[in-house]
Design a binder for this molecule. Sequence first.
Ligand code: NAP
Ligand code: ZN
Ligand code: ZN
Length: 350
Amino acid sequence: MFTCTGYAAAGADTALAPFTFQRRDPGPTDVAIDILYCGVCHSDLHTVRGEWGNTLYPSVPGHEIVGRVTAVGSAVTRFRVGDVAAVGCMVDSCRTCPSCREGLEQYCDNGFVGTYNGPDRKSGGHTFGGYADAIVVDHDFVLKVPETLDLAAAAPLLCAGITTWSPLRHWKAGPGKKVGIVGLGGLGHMGVKLAHALGAHVVLFTTSKSKVADGKRLGADEVVLSTDPEAMKAHAESFDLIVDAVAADHDIDAYLGLVKRDGTLVQVGAPEKPLSVGAFSVIWKRRSFAGSLIGGIAETQEMLDFCGTHGITSDIEIIPIQRIEEAYARMLKSDVKYRFVIDMASLKAA
Ligand code: NAP
Ligand code: ZN
Ligand code: ZN
């Protein structure tokens, strides 16, 4: 074992604070990574505040990790010391169930191991995430970042990117398809960029007037203020697919009414309280209300490579880790442009 430093929440009502903990020494199939950057996902905030009711404390969040390899196990061939490497939302799964064998580790029948707040099957206890100076991860769950991408701006691809990419691909967003993205936060802004790059006609729904111009700059063909009933009505029964990335309680039926026959509204945002869906919202027009969880490892690499080819990264604000609570407070006010990324050098400076 070796000692790591990071930031952790001791409980749901406690601010994140410096925290020292142990990680396993790299085994034969492990990659040890010094973390350079870690994105700040709203799931980090839901987790540390205990909003999903399953948080194990102390909680070290962070699952949008980019860093440099410092050691590799004897069986590791894809990574060498000095390489850039990335880790997303999962660090392990059973690898034998039908979902794992299909490359859908996020739906592992035996439960995948989350990068944080998961059962640490190798060292015991629970996993600690990327708000830390280093991490050790099995090579099968370590990803390659295309060399052309800015490393800090690539970090959010590891969750915000893959979580929007996976449903866009599964429901075949592309030329001739009208795709809605709800909420211009971390996930939403990646959804807009990726759906645009896939060739779909993209409509962004936002509650923030201040984000209308940005929505277009990021790739939306149209931007609708969801607080304007007339603007919403103009899109009635017209979407093939809507990806809802809102982190708080909101009216799902208002968006289902915009989906055309046999179309789908996919929920990726995971608010604390249950969402309600009117039966007639789905009966009418044979609509589907679906969900989607992050994405598999191969699919994550596919998304990273696509972003490399198309020069896509996240629009970020870099912060020192000491300002994480301020970042969370802004996130709760929908005031993020459009992802905070922690520069982990700030941890050493402290
Ligand atoms: P975020 O950056 O905070 O963005 C959320 C956006 O939702 C806000 O910027 C805002 O956009 C909109 N919004 C916030 N409150 C709202 C309200 N009361 N009514 C309507 N719109 C509201 O969060 P994120 O990191 O993108 O994450 C979004 C959600 O996805 C979170 O719940 C997170 O836990 C979840 N998530 C799910 C998965 C998965 O696998 N399914 C993976 C990662 C994250 P506007 O200002 O444009 O309205
Ligand atoms: Zn996330
Ligand atoms: Zn499995």
